[in-house]
Design a protein around this ligand. Structure first.
Ligand SMILES: NC(=O)c1ccc[n+]([C@@H]2O[C@H](COP(=O)([O-])OP(=O)(O)OC[C@H]3O[C@@H](n4cnc5c(N)ncnc54)[C@H](O)[C@@H]3O)[C@@H](O)[C@H]2O)c1
Length: 339
C-alpha cells in the first residue's frame, strides 16, 4: 500500500486520521513540530495501532527538513494538516498565520514537486464561506475571508488550483471541514486545546468534568429555533474517514476536487449542551452573553458532493459525538498533560 505523509500529524484531526489511514491499509509517516500538540499522542497511537509510529519532528516551513523526509520515506501522497487555527489570534498576529499556513503549504508543495509527488489533500475550512447567504452551503457558494486565518485557507486553495492549472500531475483535494468534534471511541486520543478552548464542545466538556464553572453562550436572540447559533458538527472519526475516501479518489486518478465534509444537519448551542448532559450525566451550567462580532446565526453543509464523488457520508450522530468526547475528557481530565 502507498505511503502517505501526514503533516501536523500529532494534532487533533490528524491523529484520528492517522488511525483511519492505517485501518484502510496505508503506511503513514507523520511530521509535526509540536507547536500545538503533545508527543504523548505518539505513545497513544502506538498503543492503539499496535505498531511504532513512523514520525519526524520538523516544521513544515523548514524546506530542507521536509525534503529530507521525502528522500527518506518516499511518500506517494501528502495530507497537509499543519497550520495555526485560532481565528482571534490570527487577527492579532497575521504575519505568523501567513508565514506558517501559507509558507508551510508552499514549502511542502515545493518538496513534493522536487520529489515528483502530486497527490495532495488540504485541510480547508467552512470558514472560506465567510457570511453564508443561503443554507445548506454548497461548494459553489461565494467565498470570502472574514479574518486572516480564513484568508490563509482561501490562499491555500488558490495555490493548489494554480498548481493544477500549471501541471496536470497535481491531483489535489480541498476538504472544507465544518465543525469537528468528539474523539476516538477508545477515549485514548482526543482534542486537547491549550488554554481556554476556542470551540464549543471542548469548553462544554471542561465544564462537565468540573475544570470550568460555566459555559458562556454568545447570543440567544438569533433567528434560530432556540435563539442560539446553529452549526454543523461532525464526528472527528467521520472526518478522518473522509480523508481516506479523498485519498482513494486521488489514487484512482479522478482529478482534483473541492468538497464539504459535514453532516448536513445543524445543531444549536443548547442542543449540544443538552446532548452533553445526557452523555455525561453531568450538569452543564451556562450564562448568556451578547452576540460576538462576526458570528453567523446558522451554518451547515450540503454534503451531497462528497457523497457523490467519494461515496462518503458522515455516520455518527450528536449523541455519539458527545459520548466519545466525554469518554476522552473523563479519562484525560487534563488532556495529554498528565501523560
Ligand atoms: N478543528 C477545527 O475546527 C478545524 C476546522 C476546519 C479546518 N481545520 C484545519 O484542520 C487542520 C488541523 O486542525 P486541528 O484542529 O487538528 O488543529 P491542531 O492544532 O490540533 O493540529 C495542527 C497540528 O499542526 C502542527 N503544526 C502547526 N504548525 C506546524 C509547522 N509549521 N510544522 C509542523 N507542524 C505544525 C501543530 O503542532 C498541531 O499538531 C488545520 O489546518 C486547521 O486549520 C480545523
Amino acid at each position: 500500500m502507498p505511503t502517505v505523509l501526514l503533516t501536523g500529524a500529532t494534532g487533533y484531526i490528524a491523529s484520528h486520521t492517522w488511525l483511519a489511514l492505517q485501518a484502510a491499509g496505508f503506511d503513514v509517516v507523520g511530521v509535526d513540530d509540536f507547536s500545538n500538540s503533545s508527543p504523548v499522542v505518539l505513545e497513544r497511537l502506538a498503543e492503539l495501532s499496535g505498531r511504532a509510529p513512523q514520525f519526524e519532528r520538523a516544521s513544515v516551513c523548514n524546506a530542507a527538513a521536509i525534503s529530507g523526509i521525502f528522500a527518506r520515506h518516499r511518500p506517494q501522497a501528502v495530507v497537509h494538516f499543519a497550520a495555526f487555527k485560532a481565528v482571534g489570534e490570527s487577527v492579532e498576529r497575521p504575519l505568523a498565520y501567513y508565514a506558517n499556513n501559507v509558507g508551510g503549504l508552499v514549502a511542502v508543495c515545493e518538496a513534493m514537486q522536487a520529489h515528483g509527488v502530486g497527490r495532495f489533500v488540504f485541510s480547508s475550512s467552512a470558514t472560506v464561506y465567510g457570511q453564508p447567504e443561503t443554507l445548506p452551503i454548497r461548494e459553489d457558494a461565494p467565498v470570502g475571508a472574514t479574518n486572516p486565518y480564513g484568508a490563509t485557507k482561501l490562499i491555500g486553495e488558490g495555490v493548489l488550483r494554480d498548481l493544477g492549472r500549471a501541471d496536470p500531475a497535481w491531483q489535489t483535494a480541498c476538504l472544507r471541514y465544518f465543525n469537528p468534534v468528539g474523539a476516538h471511541e477508545s477515549g485514548r486520543i482526543g482534542e486537547d486545546p491549550r488554554g481556554v478552548p476556542n470551540n464549543l464542545m471542548p469548553y462544554v466538556a471542561q465544564v462537565a468534568v468540573g475544570r470550568r464553572e460555566a459555559l458562556t453562550v454568545y447570543g440567544n436572540d438569533y433567528p434560530t429555533p432556540d435563539g442560539t447559533g446553529v452549526r454543523d458538527y461532525i464526528h472527528v472519526m467521520d472526518l478522518a474517514e473522509g480523508h481516506v475516501a479523498a485519498l482513494r479518489a486521488l489514487f484512482d486518478a479522478q482529478g482534483s476536487f473541492t468538497v464539504n465534509l459535514g453532516t448536513g444537519q445543524g445543531y444549536s448551542v443548547l442542543d449540544v449542551v443538552a446532548a452533553y448532559e445526557r452523555a455525561s450525566g453531568q450538569p452543564v451550567p451556562y450564562v448568556v452573553a451578547p452576540r460576538r462580532a462576526g458570528d453567523v446565526a446558522a451554518c451547515w453543509a450540503d454534503p451531497a458532493a462528497a457523497a457523490q464523488r467519494l461515496g462518503w457520508r458522515a455516520q455518527r450522530g450528536l449523541d455519539a459525538m458527545c459520548a466519545d468526547s466525554w469518554r476522552w475528557q473523563q479519562g484525560n481530565p487534563q488532556g495529554y498533560g498528565a501523560g
